[in-house]
Design a protein around this ligand. Structure first.
Ligand SMILES: [Zn+2]
Length: 137
């Protein structure tokens, strides 16, 4: 029965050895995501692999805008719904309190706070913390 299923899906079965803590964590995360643990693990691994391959292909000098560091899922969706040219502009006119002028935000992460998209990162010039709020529609 099981072998038939595997053949039909044309997949490769792998066995993962993990600690009980890892298994519990993955099980909880999969529950939150609403998918089976195996799907969750595979999907997460593929996302990470995707990023690595893209980064490797485009070299180290990846533009900040496209590298999309740490985003929560809703924040990423919101961010990606903004046209690229506007995203670029949003990133390049962030106020830096240290430099006392507008600067570019780098190494940023994105979260949704109170319906607004919040980007938190570093000033491209002095590396101090800067943030930008993009109000929800
Ligand atoms: Zn600065």
């Amino acid at each position: 029965m099981q072998e038939k299923n595997e053949a039909r899906r044309d997949g490769i079965r792998i066995t993962l050895r993990m600690t009980p803590q890892q298994r519990n964590l993955l099980r909880r995360a999969a529950e939150v995501a609403g998918v089976p643990v195996s799907t969750f693990v595979l999907r997460s691994a593929c996302q990470a692999a995707d990023l690595l391959v893209i980064e490797q292909q485009s070299g180290v000098s990846l533009p900040t805008v496209e590298s999309l560091p740490v985003f929560t899922n809703p924040a990423r969706l919101r961010w990606e719904s903004i046209p690229a040219d506007i995203r670029q502009r949003l990133l390049s006119n962030v106020w830096c309190g240290q430099c006392r002028h507008e600067t570019t935000i780098t190494n940023f992460s994105g979260t949704i706070k109170g319906g607004d998209l919040l980007l938190v990162g570093k000033c491209a010039e002095c590396r101090s913390d800067v943030a930008r709020v993009i109000e929800g529609s």
